[in-house]
Design a protein around this ligand. Structure first.
Ligand SMILES: Cc1ncc(C[n+]2csc(CCOP(=O)(O)OP(=O)(O)O)c2C)c(N)n1
Length: 1030
């Protein structure tokens, strides 16, 4: 009760008139920025109802009353006056108090009580008014963006529900609900103060306010910066008055902050500090100011952006170029982000973007030589290397240059991307993470990413969501990405007409809300607003290292491409677009009127840039050959020769010394940290490993340990990522040990192999295949000196990442001359899990191999390596731990990088026969592409009636059956361990040995699945079709 009354005293509103008339000790009226500002005034001689006598603990309050009374007894209420007089006269504690005198005369008692009761509704109104104003303020913060003028065409079709919506407890109450049955929920949601808010524009009545309240002065809550230095304002200035006001001069402060060309969506963020930060950036009066220099730079950038597209249009009017017309502000937007980031210490920016505006970004942001861009429009240009066609809008780029604003070097790379929209998002994240990792940038202060999106793709593609969900995971975070949505309000190529048909969310950006990324919607026809928003976004990223989204609301002046007729499907929109004055023109007129630049200077600037383009165009005619390798987003300069070739065409043996095997084996069987208690079951597993080491054998997990450990020892970073990879889905790996007594205490023995080893990263991923595989692919792009592996929990799950496999992994080199050594581990085997959950679908991977089934490559000394160099990827199914060990090491020791697909076993992980001796892993040993039969059949090959070729685990079933049937001497079982590139030479050698045998392929998969369709024609080619293959 005491608190409420104290608050009531503070909240009492004064009308502006009262304030100006000078009620007790009025403070001066100030004029600021054309707005009247009122200082708050404390009224201490308020009514008995407003200030009933307080007992108890309000010492501050009493003290204030006392000081006010000392100044002038009339400043305070009669009851306080009597109290202080009595107290000063020496009345004992408790005796100084007298009941308040009645307001209407001298009689006390009932009349006094009635007076209090009668005044109560005023108190309630007082409280209600202030709460209403707070609600209104919050409503602007929450929903101001709904009425912001974001659409440059003024025809926005996004229909926001104007019905009252309550937030507050309803919105954030779930943050404090006790949801975790264990009561140990680690997730710490900071709550915004719960309150009930009705957001609706110009509906004072809904808040219990009326026009007569507009001149009352209200104290501002601490959750707004709208008052600048003032802590109270008249309602009229806080919010929009009931009648619509058009000119900026007459806008209310909240309208100016939230309802103009910038719409800020942030109130869903559950961090008070972050919300306050954003409020300060957008509410502080006069905060959006630019220097003359900034305005000039902005104009120059707008000129480049606009004139570049116009130049292309003039020169190649009948070519597709996916131009930026209608969103020319994108270029200054990106450049502002890069300037700000460079100023704050960022040295490398990695970007991913779709086709629209890509050439402009290459020319004016990355600063690729213009002639290199123009020459690509020449149809006679020949490719010098293996890269393939239609790459103009897909090529990547890497460029280091001085940033003029910060005067510091900055490297910019634009990742090559496929047509599949948004597929590049996680790849950019992975590459960014890798660059951060390799330069020790643990907080993302030196390397950052920017992702550009189309509005339809951002809303529609699930990988956007998957990528957002990586953004705050320790092993996947890139410490904040700036997302820029080129929202031209045309959701699709040409078939769909309205956003209403393309998504179910009001904005295309709503997906970002799941990670609490603030969303800044901005009208792209206001370049200054765009620049401001970009500055804030860069500062946000630099301050909080979290994702942020800029929704650049624009339009598409042409169709999907320049050849398209948009009027077919969007007649009204395009009528409006035809009338729309270009943004450059509008902005130039504005800054010329402001005196920032003269009309003549403007024309000169245009002429200068046009001349630059013209000269580059002339030079471009000299380019006869297109070198796609000049368009690499991640060059590996020391890995190749200057000509971009492998330094050798041989691969050293992949075995390691006995001593090294023993040492790594010991680490794999130990807990290399003191006082660390592991689970009893795990102790048994480690003991089993120790036994194997003493017997000089490896099972699958130990073979993998040997490969990883030895590479780490040689300074090769190893990163293994995927769902449950730390333990291994089949509980065989256990690379991360957990202390059973200390929560979250872990130990990774692999990081204890050697003092100067490379770090080992093993990380359980989120439950995503598309996003995580894309991420790891990007990680593997950053450096050739890392073994990056992604393991599917079960092999069939790779199909949700099919886009990354099809678009990047299988075809990346052919399209972009881009090598990548990513390893896919795909548990495979028909082991009782049903038809859709057993197979990693080897047939699909084999179908995408580029080796010709009908052509046996010529035998040569470096046959095996050359075959690897020529293939698009390597597909293996190893039957022994030793071969798995070798193939992993070969990935790094071979002089180039190729993706490696490994079908890994399930039951073989614990199969007693699926073990390898150390002898098979010693120096001079290597990966066996084919393992011949080494039993009685091989000893007397002429007696063999049948050679059974197979791959993987079925070998063990075949040999058991052969033994059971007493056929060891008549049936040879040959394992093809490397399916692609196909070991034509070794298969031929085997068939030559068994001259009297028929040739059979055996697999556990159905005949139209598995390997049969791939191997059969190749075996036949290997033997020149001299014998049938069954
Ligand atoms: C995954 C995928 N599906 C479909 C397409 C075909 N496509 C190319 S551009 C485009 C429209 C994309 O719209 P939006 O994201 O709004 O970008 P805009 O073209 O309008 O800039 C579509 C559907 C594609 N490239 N990728």
């Amino acid at each position: 009760m005491h608190r409420l009354r104290t608050t009531v005293a503070r909240l009492r509103p004064l009308t502006a008139a009262q304030t100006a008339q000078g009620l007790p000790q009025p403070r001066p009226l100030e004029i600021k920025g054309g707005l009247r500002m009122f200082r708050p005034v404390r009224c201490l001689n308020s009514s008995a109802a407003a200030e009933p006598f307080l007992n108890g603990t309000s010492s501050n309050y009493v003290e204030e009353m006392y000081h006010a009374w000392l100044e002038n007894p009339r400043n305070v209420h009669k009851s306080w006056d009597i109290f202080f007089r009595n107290a000063n006269a020496g009345a004992p504690p408790g005796a100084a108090y007298q009941s308040p005198p009645p307001l209407n005369g001298t009689s006390q008692g009932l009349a006094g009580v009635q007076a209090l009761v009668g005044a109560q509704p005023n108190v309630e109104k007082l409280v209600a008014d202030h709460l209403a104003v707070q609600s209104l303020i919050r409503a602007y913060q929450v929903r101001g963006h709904h009425i912001a003028k974001l659409d440059p065409l003024g025809i926005s079709c996004v229909d926001f529900d104007d019905a009252p919506c309550t937030v507050g407890f309803q919105n954030v109450g779930h943050h404090v609900a006790q949801l975790d049955p264990l009561g140990i929920m680690a997730f710490d949601l900071k709550t915004t103060p719960p309150s009930r808010i009705i957001a609706s524009h110009n509906k004072l009545g809904l808040y219990g306010l009326s026009e007569s309240d507009l001149d009352k002065v209200f104290r501002l809550p601490t959750t707004t910066f709208i008052g600048g230095n003032e802590s109270a304002l008249p309602l009229r200035e806080i919010i929009a008055a009931s009648r619509c006001v058009d000119t900026a001069d007459h806008l209310s402060l909240f309208q100016a902050a939230y309802c103009q060309h910038i719409g800020v969506e942030f109130m869903f963020i559950n961090d008070v500090e972050q919300c306050q930060w954003i409020r300060q950036k957008f509410e502080t009066p006069g905060i959006m100011q630019f220097s003359l220099e900034e305005k000039r730079t902005l104009l120059a950038r707008m000129i480049r952006s606009t004139r570049f597209e116009e130049f292309l249009q003039r020169k190649w009017s009948s070519e597709k170029r996916f131009g930026l017309e209608g969103c020319e502000s994108l270029i200054p937007a990106l450049k502002t982000i890069i300037d700000m980031s460079s100023l704050s210490g960022v040295e490398s920016v990695i970007m991913g973007m779709p086709h629209r505006g890509r050439l402009n970004v290459l020319a004016n942001v990355i600063r690729k030589e213009l002639e290199q861009i123009f020459c690509q429009f020449d149809s006679k240009l020949e490719a010098a290397d293996e890269g393939s066609g239609d790459v103009k809008y897909h090529l990547g780029m890497y460029h280091k240059r001085i940033n003029r604003v910060s005067d510091r070097y900055i490297t910019m790379s634009l990742m090559a991307n496929p047509s599949h929209l948004e597929a590049v998002d996680p790849v950019v994240q992975g590459k960014t993470k890798a660059e951060q990792f390799y330069c020790g940038d643990t907080e993302g202060k030196r390397v950052m990413s920017i992702l550009l999106h189309g509005d339809a793709a951002f809303a529609g593609q699930g990988v956007v969501y998957e990528t957002f969900h990586l953004s705050d995971l320790p092993s996947y975070t890139t410490h904040g990405t700036i997302h820029m949505v080129v929202n031209n309000q045309v959701p699709g190529v040409r078939v769909q007409s309205y956003p209403r048909m393309a998504r179910s969310s009001p904005y295309p950006t709503d997906v970002a809300r799941v990670v609490n990324a603030p969303i800044f919607h901005v009208n792209s026809d206001d370049p200054e607003a765009v620049m401001y928003v970009c500055k804030v976004a860069a500062e946000w990223r630099n301050t909080f290292h979290k994702d942020v989204v800029i929704d650049l609301v624009c339009y598409r002046r042409n169709g999907h491409n320049e050849m398209d007729e948009p009027m077919f499907t969007q007649p009204l929109m395009y009528k409006q677009i035809k009338k729309q004055k270009g943004v450059l023109k509008k902005f130039a007129e504005k800054v010329i009127a402001e005196g920032v630049i003269t009309a003549q200077e403007y024309e000169e600037e245009i002429t200068t840039y046009d001349k630059i383009c013209e000269e580059a165009y002339n030079r471009s005619k000299d380019e006869k050959i297109l070198h796609i390798k000049h368009w690499l987003d991640s060059p590996w300069p020391d890995f190749f020769t200057l000509e971009g070739q492998p330094k050798t065409m041989s691969c050293p043996p992949t075995g390691i010394s006995e001593e090294e095997l023993g040492h790594i084996g010991k680490i794999a069987a130990s807990v290399p940290v003191e006082n660390f208690t592991i689970h009893g079951g795990l102790s048994r597993i480690l003991k089993g490993r120790a036994n194997m080491v003493s017997q000089r054998v490896c099972d699958w997990a130990l073979g993998e340990y040997m490969a990883f450990g030895s590479l780490l020892k040689d300074g090769i970073h190893v990163r293994l990522s995927g769902q449950d990879v730390e333990r291994g889905t089949f509980s065989h790996r256990h690379h991360v040990l957990h202390d059973q007594n200390v929560d979250k205490r872990i130990c990774i023995p692999m990081n204890h192999v050697s003092p100067d080893q490379a770090p080992y990263t093993v990380c359980n991923s989120s439950l995503s295949e598309y996003g995580v595989l894309g991420f790891e692919l990007g990680f593997a792009m950053a450096s050739p000196n890392a073994l990056v592996l992604w393991e599917a929990q079960f092999g069939d799950f790779h199909n949700t990442a099919q886009c990354i496999i099809d678009q990047f992994i299988s075809s990346g080199q052919a399209k972009w001359v881009r090598q990548n050594g990513i390893v896919l581990l795909l548990p495979h085997g028909m082991e009782g899990m049903g038809p859709e959950h057993s197979s990693a679908r080897p047939e699909r991977f084999l179908q995408m191999c580029n080796d010709d089934p009908d052509v046996c490559p010529k035998p040569s000394e470096d046959f095996a390596v050359r075959q690897l160099y020529d293939c698009n990827w390597i597909v293996v199914n190893c039957s022994t731990p030793a071969n798995y060990f070798h193939v992993l090491r070969r990935q790094i020791l071979q002089p180039f990088r190729k993706p490696l697909i490994v079908f890994t076993p399930k039951s073989l992980l614990r199969h007693p026969e699926a073990k390898s001796s150390f002898d098979d892993m010693l120096p001079a040993t290597h990966f066996k592409r084919l393992i011949p039969d080494d039993g009685p059949a091989a000893a007397r090959p002429e007696e063999v009636k049948r050679v059974v070729f197979c791959t993987g685990k079925i070998y063990y079933e075949l040999t058991r059956e052969r033994k059971n049937r007493g056929m060891d001497g008549t049936v040879a079982v040959v394992r093809i361990e490397q399916l692609s590139p196909f070991p034509f030479d070794l298969v031929k050698a085997e068939t030559d040995r068994y001259v009297n045998a028929d040739l059979v392929w055996c697999q556990e998969e159905h005949k139209n699945q598995g390997y049969y369709d791939y191997v059969k024609p190749r075996i036949r080619s290997a033997i020149k079709r001299t014998r049938p293959v069954w």
